[in-house]
Write a protein that binds this ligand. Structure first.
Ligand code: SF4
Length: 196
């Protein structure tokens, strides 16, 4: 069985691989997020697993902010992701923990799923579909012809294999809170020796 630092490392390895594949997909397709956007982060019903937020939770722990974050999450009365900071203009915003964002935050926009007809389709937002229509249509056609891009379900499987007990889905803030609980519980009776 993996220790907590080993699980965090394993999650990070999955992210490194995915980020590389998404970068290649963006380069070849020309698809990209709108500058300063973050509208997808505002969805009120984003579901995630505690596993995908273990790196974030460990970093907050290392910074001595895990308990405070847990309390703030406990007292937060809206569904907006805990680490998302909307712009005052009301359009877009920024992730305040970008290097440690979750799996769904990395997947959305540039990965594929299999639709009801058994075809691969891009899972993306209306901004990309509308403002980068040509590139979007091209990728859609290429996917039908068998082009390989990262597939959501494959990445969930990779992540789940690290620790299936932490791969249940919860609303995003609950998932972050549970990840914090896992880290705080792990180090309640252990010394944290070095940064992972
Ligand atoms: S995926 Fe779409 S909504 Fe989300 S940040 Fe990128 S452009 Fe904006």
């Amino acid at each position: 069985m993996k220790s907590l630092p080993e699980k965090v490392q394993a999650v990070k390895r999955v992210y490194t691989r995915l980020d590389k594949e998404i970068y290649a997909m963006q380069q070849s397709s020309g698809l990209h997020c709108l500058s300063g956007c973050g509208e997808c982060c505002k969805k009120p019903d984003i579901e995630c697993t505690p596993l995908e937020f273990l790196p974030l939770a460990l970093e907050l722990y290392d910074e001595g902010r895990a308990e405070q974050a847990w309390e703030e999450l406990q007292n937060q009365h809206n569904n907006l992701c805990y680490v998302f900071r909307p712009h005052v203009t009301n359009f877009g915003g920024l992730c305040n923990a970008y290097p440690n964002r979750g799996l769904i935050c990395r997947l959305f926009g540039f990965t594929a799923r299999t639709n009801k007809e058994g075809q691969r389709e891009l899972v993306t937002c209306k901004f990309i579909k509308e403002e980068q229509a040509q590139a979007f249509i091209k990728v859609t056609e290429e996917l039908k012809a068998g082009k390989k891009i990262p597939v959501m379900s494959e990445y969930y499987t990779r992540l789940t294999s690290i620790d299936p007990t932490l791969a249940e889905f919860y609303p995003i803030n609950q998932a972050i809170q549970k990840a914090l609980e896992v880290v705080m519980h792990y180090y309640a009776y252990r010394r944290r020796r070095k940064k992972t």
